[in-house]
Design a protein around this ligand. Structure first.
Ligand code: C2E
Ligand code: MG
Ligand code: MG
Ligand code: MG
Length: 285
């Protein structure tokens, strides 16, 4: 069982571990407390144009500023929140933060005029019947045009219940938001199915990027996804670019956008504002 006692209550969550009813109740109470006491933070990571290196979007990535354990990444709490359902209010909070933050950047700087924001959805959020209303409300309250928001979902979320997934995607599309498939290549979506979905962006998983500059097989795979993107009129983003060799290879293949430590780590909203004012600082974040 996951050890509640000791200082490692929020070790990386391993879904194969079983938690006692008491442990589960404690996790839930901790997360509820954190939500009520504003302990979550949103960091933003730049997504850049592969050719110009200009920041075209930022991805919202949640953190938990834990009073005892410090700043915790999503792998420490998202699975717990997913299991107990708190991901729905937490995800709604991230969505609302991201929308209002984009509106704030735009109000503060003309450099943010064309900027977009990406928000990750979890499986449970995607299945939640109030999702489309939540998204519409977040956009309206922030005064944001829907096309400025891209929602990221994974292949497994689409495959779990294809019929409902399709309906939800079309409802979101009718709102006018953009849709991205995250971690592409790690799931099992069939090509014929992908063709029917109103998806705008394919995000190629980092595992294909890691060795793309030295492994011909990865070049072939990424090249195939670039072709797929072109055929289906979907934009491509490569995730997890850390070196200029990877960048160079991916740009030659024709990948549209890139994201990774080479261009910028996830940073605070204030740091993004600075970066928009001084784009040349991208490399030094
Ligand atoms: P993701 O959506 O695929 O996000 C990209 C992850 O890769 C982020 O990790 C980011 O910090 C990391 N990353 C980006 N560039 C590089 C790089 O060059 N090298 C390396 N080693 N890593 C890089 P993070 O922030 O720890 O988030 C992990 C995952 O947690 C996300 O993967 C996403 O699935 C989930 N997540 C994050 N925020 C949220 C949220 O608000 N809601 C939900 N449902 N899930 C979230
Ligand atoms: Mg993502
Ligand atoms: Mg990803
Ligand atoms: Mg990932």
């Amino acid at each position: 069982a996951a050890k509640r006692a000791g200082r490692n209550a929020y070790a990386i969550f391993d879904p194969t571990m079983t938690m006692s009813v008491l442990e589960e109740a404690q996790q839930r109470a901790d997360l509820e407390h954190a939500l009520e006491h504003d302990e979550f933070r949103v960091l933003y990571q730049p997504v850049v144009d592969m050719n110009t290196q200009r920041v075209t979007a930022v991805e919202a990535l949640v953190r938990w500023q834990h009073p005892r354990d410090g700043l915790l990444g999503p792998y420490h709490f998202i699975a717990h929140a997913e299991a107990n359902g708190l991901i729905v209010p937490l995800g709604r909070w991230v969505l609302r933060q991201a929308c209002s933050q984009l509106a704030r950047w735009r109000a503060e700087s003309p450099a943010a005029a064309g900027l977009k924001v990406n928000v990750n959805l979890s499986a449970r959020q995607f299945q939640y019947a109030g999702l489309v209303d939540d998204v519409a409300a977040a956009l309206a309250d922030a005064g944001l045009d829907p096309a400025s928001l891209t929602l990221e979902i994974t292949e497994s979320m689409l495959m779990a219940d294809i019929t409902t997934a399709k309906e939800t995607l079309h409802a979101l599309r009718r709102l006018g938001v953009r849709l991205a498939i995250d971690d592409f290549g790690t799931g099992y979506s069939s090509l014929s199915y992908l063709k029917q979905l109103p998806v705008d962006v394919i995000k190629i998983d980092k595992t294909f990027v890691d060795e793309v500059h030295i492994d011909e097989d990865d070049v072939a795979l990424v090249d195939a996804v670039a072709g797929l993107g072109q055929a289906l009129k979907m934009q491509t983003v490569a995730e997890g670019i850390e070196s200029s060799e990877q960048w160079d290879t991916l740009r030659r293949i024709g990948i549209d956008h890139g994201q990774g430590y080479l261009f910028g780590r996830p940073v605070s909203a204030g740091d993004i504002a600075d970066l928009l004012e001084q784009p040349e600082s991208v490399k030094h974040l």
